[in-house]
Design a protein around this ligand. Structure first.
Ligand code: ZN
Ligand code: ZN
Length: 118
């Protein structure tokens, strides 16, 4: 559904030092939730608790994980069926530069290998 609603100029909100909102209402709302941190993470305001993902209600009536929405706006909206792995291990972070698109099996394996190594 994102595909139908996504304006063609979504990338204009992206800058090197963070997220600048475009004039689209939803993107503006998404941008207003982002708080760039000194360590490079983009913290989502209003996360329900430590270790939780940010969430957002979309204009088309779905409830989404915030990092998936931001990744869709700024990088790649072809993420249906894919997982986005947090390289920074901060689930409240929505910085697309800290996210890696993986298949479910790649993602499961990555975390299993990490657990085995620790
Ligand atoms: Zn991060
Ligand atoms: Zn992961």
């Amino acid at each position: 559904m994102w595909h139908h609603n996504k304006p063609s100029s979504v990338l204009r909100g992206k800058t090197s030092d963070g997220f600048v909102t475009s004039d689209s209402g939803f993107e503006e709302r998404v941008g207003s939730h982002i708080e760039p941190q000194p360590d490079g993470c983009w913290l989502w305001r209003s996360v329900a608790g430590k270790g939780r993902y940010g969430t957002v209600n979309t204009p088309w009536g779905t409830y989404e994980q915030a990092h998936r929405v931001v990744y869709s706006i700024l990088v790649d909206d072809d993420i249906a069926g894919y997982h986005l792995h947090h390289e920074c291990r901060n689930k409240a972070c929505v910085n697309p530069a800290h996210l890696t698109k993986l298949t479910a099996s790649e993602h499961t394996k990555l975390h299993a290998d990490e657990r085995a190594a620790s």
